[in-house]
Design a protein around this ligand. Structure first.
Ligand code: GLU
Length: 380
């Protein structure tokens, strides 16, 4: 079981919990700790890696700024506290990253944004564009509109969804504990840290227990749930202690943590999801030039499409066929059937004129496309 190195990863999501970010007594942000974390994040960023942050703290921070008494908040109270806290949180991230010349961009997501495919694709494009611009997305649940029934509630699972949505290759959960132990360490002084989990068996689930701390909702159980989401979606995950200064540097130096390994690399897992788990709603027939381009790894542009069949909406899975009607691959289409039909065979500037908006230039982005290669005996 080889422990991976941080240097192997190119797109990394770092989740920071409320208990780390907000001092539970003073109710304020732990600024020198945060500045040290920002140094680590900036280092990854300046090495050319793409960094995304999932930051909790809106409710905890809002609560302290509003001087609310301790104890359980009612739904509308936590929503309103989050409104106050989130604005402060965004400012803090913007400042600490700004100190390193890095732009932060805030994204607040709801459960529906990750569960509904069209909204999922939309959020994903925004994240991709921010990364493209070398900005750092800072993401939290939109706690101001989330209700008890329709919410993640914990940022561990949210971070795992975001990590797979962004096709990240690594998710780091910074926590108040340095990893998964073979028994909950609070009640078991002899418990041992598991350095690498290769697959999440019921035995591993049993080790998680139910540790909860006052400020963070996610105990080890939700972290193991997050690991399931991440590793099934092709993202490695690790749990490490964030209580020390420079926690990412510590991981890079071989510090204690638990790795949850994904059996597949992100692209393969995501593409497997596209290829296998969705019902195709239509077919795009493309010309020979586009077939060659797709096989070489390009996106499908409207210009290469000859024919559009079926009733599909933007984000639906479609089959892509070559001029000989053989299946070339499958993908998630960026236009609905009607628009796809209007722009087929057209160049990108024409597409803008026809649709009257500057839409996405690809009919199917290559990240959303699985090309069958020589599956049917075609030359690659
Ligand atoms: N989204 C919540 C917040 O920012 C936190 C959820 C969690 O701590 O896991 O306050």
């Amino acid at each position: 079981m080889v422990r991976p190195e941080l240097t192997q990863f190119r797109r990394i999501v770092v989740k920071v919990g409320s208990a780390l970010l907000v001092d539970s007594n003073a109710g304020e942000v732990r600024s020198s700790w945060l500045a040290a974390l920002a140094d680590d994040l900036a280092k990854l960023h300046h090495e050319g890696r793409e960094v995304l942050i999932v930051s909790s703290g809106s409710i905890a921070l809002g609560r302290s700024r509003l001087k609310l008494p301790r104890g359980q908040l009612k739904l509308e109270e936590s929503q309103a506290a989050a409104a106050v806290g989130q604005i402060a949180l965004a400012r803090i991230w913007s400042e600490v990253l700004g100190d390193h010349g890095i732009r932060a961009g805030q994204i607040l997501v709801t459960l529906q944004d990750t569960e509904e495919r069209r909204r999922y694709l939309n959020a994903r494009s925004t994240i991709a564009k921010l990364l493209d611009w070398r900005a750092v997305p800072v993401i939290n649940e939109n706690d101001t509109v989330a209700t008890n029934e329709i919410r993640y509630g914990d940022n561990d699972r949210l971070a795992a969804r975001v990590a797979t949505m962004a096709s990240a290759d690594l998710l780091i959960l910074l926590s108040d504990i340095d990893g998964l132990y073979d028994a909950p360490p609070k009640n078991n002084p002899g418990a041992k840290l598991i350095p690498v989990v290769e697959s999440i068996t019921s035995e591993v689930e049993g080790m998680a227990g139910d540790a909860e701390s006052e400020l963070s909702r996610g105990g080890m159980r939700t972290k193991v749930e997050a690991a399931k989401i991440a590793t099934t979606g092709g993202t490695h995950m690790l749990i490490a202690s964030g209580t020390i200064e420079h926690p990412l540097q510590a991981i890079a130096n071989g510090g204690r943590c638990t790795w949850f390994l994904t059996p597949a690399n992100p692209v393969t897992a995501r593409k497997r999801w596209i290829a296998g788990s969705l019902e195709p709603k239509g077919t795009l027939t493309i010309d020979a030039g586009a077939v060659a381009a797709l096989r070489a790894g390009a996106s499908l542009l409207p210009a290469g499409v000859i024919r559009v069949d079926g009733q599909f909406a933007r984000g639906d899975a479609v089959i892509v066929r070559g001029p000989d009607t053989r299946e070339v691959g499958r993908g998630l289409v960026a236009y609905d059937a009607e628009d796809a039909d209007r722009i087929k065979g057209r160049s990108s500037p024409d597409v803008m004129i026809i649709l009257g908006i500057s839409g996405r230039s690809e009919m199917i982005h290559r990240d959303d496309l699985v090309v069958g290669g020589s599956r049917h005996g075609d030359p690659a």
